[in-house]
Design a protein around this ligand. Structure first.
Ligand SMILES: Cc1ncc(COP(=O)(O)O)c(C=O)c1O
Length: 333
């Protein structure tokens, strides 16, 4: 049993875990050799708090409470799922929430941004250039709150830091139970990686639990070299904080950066086709920024025979539905 820090019970877990048999059959009908495909439905961690973020926020929000903070400052893209989850939980738990949002695109009040506004979060919008000084923006607002005698708690983009890592260490334990129940020993866990926290937690969790399942993050923005540095740094902070004897050099940080596409939050038509195909065969909705790109990449790799010697692989669905709803023009339904 791992010794977890303070945690709030916020996520609806365990999330469902099952095989995508109809989707797999549709690939086999094309003559492809396809391992059994399993899905972990972390898009169902809660309606408004849906996705991977709430698992991290169970620990981050508990820490904010313990430290006596009453305001939370966090950051992300204008359609950030993480920021929306913080806005929801802030309203639920009584924190003031201040979101520093990067203008990746036109800030139409739709999708996550609409919810952020509804939930009463204070929003400051910044250009991509201004966002390069994100540390200074955090310091600026923290100082402002401090001047008003308000104690604020800063959560980095995506909630990916030493404390947030615990969320996907806990999810690794849940996955291990799923594997035992289904009597499988998957060779690989695949998921979308953006700020690296999910990948860090799963990689560390599987390692500490002695699971021989490789974790592979499919990048949606930065390249593999970036994730190697970012994830190792976060894990090393985690290790220093929680005095674990984990040998970081033994961890394999595996990132696939072949399917990022044109840009962060911009996807090729083939990704939208894949979103529709999974929706039609399984009733599962992916998004264009994260899960759609990762799932598309996984299927391309299956087509290229990359996993032909593997029997079971797992896809972690990390959410993103509200971001997709801000893209109806591109869905062309
Ligand atoms: C829906 C969704 N999936 C995946 C990710 C990537 O997770 P992480 O930031 O932990 O890498 C994010 C956030 O960045 C997300 O919102």
């Amino acid at each position: 049993m791992l010794a977890y820090p303070a945690r709030l019970d916020l996520a609806q877990t365990p999330t469902p875990f099952y095989a995508l048999d109809r989707f797999r059959a549709s690939l086999q009908d094309q003559g492809l050799s396809v391992p059994r495909l399993w899905i972990k439905r972390d898009d169902l961690t809660g309606c408004l708090t849906s996705g991977n973020k709430v698992r991290k926020l169970e620990f981050l929000m508990a820490d904010a409470k313990q430290k006596g903070c009453t305001a939370i400052i966090t950051s992300g893209g204008v359609q950030s799922n993480h920021c929306r989850a913080v806005a929801v939980l802030g309203a639920q738990l009584g924190f003031k929430v201040h979101l520093l949002l990067r203008l990746d695109r036109d800030p139409d009040p739709v999708g996550n941004l609409l919810l952020d506004q509804l939930l009463g979060a204070e929003i400051s919008l910044y250009s991509k250039d201004q966002f390069k000084q994100l540390d200074q923006l955090f310091s600026h607002w923290q100082q402002k709150y401090s001047d008003q005698a308000v104690s604020s708690y800063c959560i980095p983009t995506g909630g990916s830091n030493a404390i947030g890592i615990w969320g996907y260490i806990a999810a690794s334990e849940e996955l291990q139970k799923d594997f035992i129940r289904e009597q499988i020993n998957p060779s690989r866990i695949i998921h979308a990686t953006g700020s690296g926290g999910t990948q860090a937690g799963l990689t560390l969790g599987c390692h500490m639990l002695g699971m021989d399942t490789r974790v592979e993050g499919y990048a949606v923005c930065d390249n593999a070299a970036y994730f190697e540095i970012k994830i190792k740094r976060d894990i090393s902070d985690w290790s220093a904080e929680y005095a674990s004897a984990v040998n970081i050099d033994q961890l394999v940080i595996k990132t696939n950066d072949q399917y990022i596409g044109p840009d962060y939050a911009v996807a090729e038509p083939a990704v939208y086709q894949m979103i529709k195909r999974l929706a039609l065969t399984e009733g599962v909705i992916l998004d264009q920024t994260y899960t759609g790109k990762a799932f598309y990449g996984m299927v391309e790799d299956i087509k290229q025979g990359r996993f032909c010697n593997e029997t079971d692989i797992v896809f972690v669905h990390t959410g993103g539905l509200f971001g997709l709803l801000a893209q109806q023009d591109l869905l062309n339904c």
